[in-house]
Design a protein around this ligand. Structure first.
Ligand SMILES: [Zn+2]
Ligand SMILES: [Zn+2]
Length: 149
């Protein structure tokens, strides 16, 4: 076998149909990967409440660089986390506000003007003898009507 024959053998080897199928396979896998990037970006952007279609389009056009840009520029938190945190802040504000207190006996929530705890019947306030507004148990005089207790 001389050198030229050897060379043609190599050419023939690369002309085998298996190479074409291999390339089709690789292209197919890349296309699936590409589309899954686009889908992932769309879903992630939606969860973060940012422009999902815009970012999906960017990744569809630019592929890897687009995904890279998205990962840098995307909002840092999920929309659920933001909502959850807002809810938590509201809850804290409610606790800190003067309106909500806790029963000293059973720790259930009671409002500031409750005369008695609705859970354990602990007496929390007394009613003014004259105007019947709720007063602290140790108050000597009613701050609303000045009546001595
Ligand atoms: Zn109680
Ligand atoms: Zn009073």
């Amino acid at each position: 076998m001389d050198f030229v024959q050897y060379f043609y053998n190599i050419i023939d080897f690369f002309k085998l149909p298996i190479w074409r199928y291999l390339i089709y396979g690789i292209v197919l896998i890349l296309a699936v990967l590409w589309l899954s990037f686009v889908y992932w970006t769309y879903r992630d952007a939606k969860l973060r409440n940012t422009n999902a279609i815009f970012w999906a389009l960017i990744v569809f056009i630019l592929n890897f660089p687009g995904l890279f840009i998205y990962l840098i520029l995307r909002p840092p938190e999920f929309i659920e986390d933001v909502l959850e945190r807002d809810l938590e802040i509201k809850r804290m504000e409610l606790y800190l506000s003067k309106d909500i207190k806790f029963c000293p006996t059973c720790r259930s929530e009671v409002k500031d003007d409750f005369v008695i705890c609705p859970q354990c019947r602990k007496k929390l306030k007394k009613s003014c003898v004259q105007c019947e507004k709720p007063l602290n148990l140790d108050w000597k005089v009613c701050p609303y009507c000045k009546a001595e207790q």
